[in-house]
Design a protein around this ligand. Structure first.
Ligand SMILES: [Zn+2]
Length: 598
């Protein structure tokens, strides 16, 4: 039976370019998973957008001498370009700076308030007397009081991952001018996580058996070690979602509180853009639906603890407030398959030091499937991994090109040349023929199970192993020589290999969609396996925003074995992948550490 699957993907901050670590951390795994689930016949809704608010964007605007709106719009448009080029099939990639997101976020806030999970309190906050303003957490840096790291951000330590109380930082410094701030009193709304703790623990306990151990450790494990406390959800800032209360006009919802609500608001906007305004209910009020959250490990507490807390706390009131109808509760996360980090040539990726491989820059020199292949083969699913240019070259040339690309190309070319451009008609299949076809067809179960369990690396390794089995079959049967003795026997071998390749095309397609589409065409099929991405401009009272969408109406791919017909007309084939020259290793290494270009 078809499942409704929500694929929620981390929201990139609209203040910096996207690098390969970001891509392999959350965006690419989400797309592989979504493509597979669609092929398998499930109803997928894949959403995300630019995290447009908060101090990361205002800090950048100050640094660049521009407005937060300009910063957000500039980076957002780069994200749309990258995600199109990389083939990330978001049903909707939008932004948090939309009227719809404001309304959904404010409704969650009001629902929490109705249920008694918000309270106000006065707190101390860093204040810059030089600037005459409160400094949001991100404007303050200091020494982490958990691990002693000297450049911890006010809200979180990048070294040990702990969420921090900015006021407890040791040796605080203003990021604007380096001056030492002073503590001053301000009033804020708080999310009562202490009161929500029993429900959150219950939620996590039900998922303990099947979530990744690092995610359970950073959620349930941390709560059991140290109880949850209320967290401020408003900020002294003028950029962001207004607090829907009289007397709070000077403050905004804190970005960590409203950005996660984006999964819900993007689903609502997707339904509106499709002229089916209730369609999002199938994922958010239908408790048979499964929602997956693809994020990096630095975001685990927000998605595994705080976001479920917000959803539980909103209860039926969100439905009553937002939809003005009798309340249903919202669907809680089914899985949060957070990835670890990818390093680069043995060092931590750092945008500020330009120690990064930037997505768009990479794609100006290489093909998207080359990137998708390397990032999946090296995906940090259970531990940190390393992008190494030499390893990149070897995997491209020895695996992608040698094992898979050459297999497809030599069989297609041979068939195209010797059977006048048609798939040969086989004689009775011999046991070796049947065996290799069965081996490949079994991949639809094994690879499918790996992807369904979000073990994407294992799924790709298994698919590449199957391609190797077809190579072995060809080595044994050698149709290139067979044809000189017995053309009909060679035709049986080539038909068998083409049918295996036709199945491998589907097995590889969630990982390598561009080359699979190409292969689909060479094999003589009309139409496409997947749908089309497109950009649309949406207008509301906040102005225009561009969104990336995906239309799968014409997608014909199915997660099932090839039914390749003898006598099908092929199209003239060309190599699927490019072999790379050894010289790129030194060239690419020389680029590292150079300032970003856009
Ligand atoms: Zn720390």
């Amino acid at each position: 039976m078809a499942r409704n699957i929500l694929v929620s993907v981390a929201w990139p901050y609209a203040n910096s370019l996207i690098h390969v670590g970001n891509i392999t951390g959350s965006y690419l795994p989400a797309d592989i998973f979504a493509r597979y689930q669609r092929l398998a016949g499930n109803r997928v809704l894949m959403v995300s957008g630019s995290d447009s608010h908060g101090t990361p964007v205002t800090v950048r605007a100050d640094a660049d001498g521009t407005t937060p709106l300009d910063v957000y719009a500039r980076f957002h448009s780069g994200f749309l370009e990258l995600f199109q080029k990389l083939g990330l099939t978001y049903d909707l990639f939008t932004s948090t700076h939309t009227e719809n997101h404001f309304k959904v976020s404010q409704s969650i806030f009001l629902a929490l308030e109705k249920n008694g999970y918000l309270y106000t309190d006065r707190q101390q906050q860093w204040y810059s007397s030089a600037q005459g303003r409160f400094l949001p957490d991100r404007y303050v840096e200091g020494t982490c009081y958990v691990c002693g790291y000297e450049s911890a951000r006010g809200d979180q330590c990048d070294q040990c991952g702990s969420l921090l109380e900015a006021t407890s930082l040791i040796d605080p410094r203003s990021k604007i001018d380096g001056s030492t701030p002073e503590l001053k009193e301000t009033k804020h709304f708080y999310l009562d996580l202490g009161n929500l703790q029993p429900a959150i623990v219950d939620f996590l306990t039900q998922r303990e058996d099947y979530w990744r151990s690092n995610v359970i450790r950073q959620s349930l494990g941390q709560i059991l070690a140290d109880d949850l406390h209320g967290r401020a959800i408003t900020r002294d800032l003028d950029w962001g979602v207004p607090v829907p209360m009289d007397g709070w006009e000077e403050k905004r919802l804190y970005v960590w509180f409203e950005a996660v609500i984006g999964y819900l608001s993007a689903s609502v906007e997707w339904a509106q853009l499709n002229d089916q305004p209730q369609a999002w209910h199938d994922w958010w009020y239908n408790h048979q639906a499964n929602s997956y959250y693809f994020i990096g490990k630095d975001n685990i507490p927000f998605h595994a603890v705080i976001w479920p807390g917000q959803l539980i706390g909103a209860g039926e009131w969100f439905d009553k407030i937002f939809e003005e109808r009798e309340g249903s509760t919202l669907v809680l996360p089914f899985d949060v398959p957070a990835n670890e980090f990818m390093n680069l040539e043995g060092q931590k990726i750092s945008g500020s030091r330009s120690w990064a491989v930037w997505g768009l820059d990479f794609l100006s020199r290489y093909d998207p499937d080359t990137l998708r292949y390397y990032l999946t083969a090296n995906m940090p699913e259970s531990k940190d991994t390393d992008w190494d240019w030499n390893d990149f070259l070897n995997r491209n040339n020895n695996e992608l090109v040698a094992t898979w690309g050459n297999l497809a190309n030599r069989v297609l070319s041979f068939s195209y040349k010797n059977w006048d451009g048609y798939v040969p008609t086989p004689g009775k299949l011999r046991s070796a023929d049947r065996e290799v076809i069965e081996t490949i067809e079994a991949g639809f179960d094994t690879v499918g199970q790996h992807i369904n369990a979000v073990n994407l690396r294992a799924g790709l390794i298994e698919t590449m192993r199957l391609a190797g089995e077809v190579n072995k079959y060809l080595d044994q049967n050698a149709p290139w020589f067979e044809i000189k003795e017995d053309k009909s026997a060679a035709g049986t071998s080539i038909y068998t290999a083409l049918r295996a390749i036709d199945s491998l095309k589907i097995l590889f397609s969630p990982f390598l969609p561009f080359s699979s589409e190409q292969l689909h065409t060479y094999l003589g099929y009309d139409g496409t396996l997947f749908g089309e991405q497109f950009i649309e401009t949406v207008q509301d009272n906040l102005g225009d925003h561009e969104v990336l969408r995906y239309n799968s109406t014409n997608a014909s791919g199915r997660w099932e074995p090839s039914q390749l017909l003898a006598g099908q007309k092929l199209r003239e084939p060309a190599p699927l992948f490019r072999k790379l020259d050894l010289s790129i290793v030194e060239l690419e290494r020389a680029r590292l550490g150079k300032p970003e270009t856009s």
